[in-house]
Design a protein around this ligand. Structure first.
Ligand SMILES: Cc1cc2nc3c(=O)[nH]c(=O)nc-3n(C[C@H](O)[C@H](O)[C@H](O)COP(=O)(O)O)c2cc1C
Length: 141
């Protein structure tokens, strides 16, 4: 399997409703395609981890790259994995990752990882240890 993390620059006009639409189609398609992962949006940048069968991850990234709701996608990590970090999440969404606004903007600008970025990625990936509620998938926020 493949795991890819990218950052991008969101369309400044995106609304709350737009994010809900992105999540709804991501969750629907990812469930169909055996993809899992997480998405962060801080009002300016997206960061997303997508994991699953390599061909499906790349096909999905192609579609996402064409999406006009964001631009400037920069892959910051790509690795082969045996085990998923977000096995239980068709797409976890965490709106409260805002303390990392500067880090995300800088990554989107140059894609290089420093020690702070590695720490931030560690925190991001740790979100995958959360369990979806027994009532079903996390509500759209
Ligand atoms: C930041 C961002 C993340 C996205 N993540 C996914 C995703 O994980 N899976 C997915 O299928 N589509 C994702 N999309 C949406 C795709 O770009 C595309 O709109 C969608 O796959 C089209 O499928 P649909 O016609 O079924 O809605 C994302 C879009 C954006 C802007």
């Amino acid at each position: 399997m493949l795991s890819v993390i990218y950052v991008s620059v969101a369309d400044p006009l995106l609304s709350f409703a737009d994010i809900q639409l992105i999540l709804a189609s991501a969750r629907r398609n990812n469930e169909r395609d055996a993809l899992t992962g997480a998405l962060i949006y801080n009002g300016n940048n997206f960061m997303q981890l997508l994991e699953g069968p390599a061909d499906r991850v790349d096909a999905c990234l192609e579609a996402i790259r064409e999406d006009t709701r964001h631009g400037g996608m920069v892959e910051i990590r790509r690795r082969t994995i045996d085990r998923r970090d977000f096995a239980e999440w068709s797409m976890l969404y965490e709106p409260d990752f805002e303390e990392h606004a500067d880090g995300l903007a800088r990554l989107a600008a140059n894609g290089g990882l420093d020690a702070d970025d590695e720490r931030m990625l560690g925190n991001f990936i740790a979100l995958g240890r959360r369990r979806p509620s027994a009532a079903g998938p996390a509500p759209l926020q």
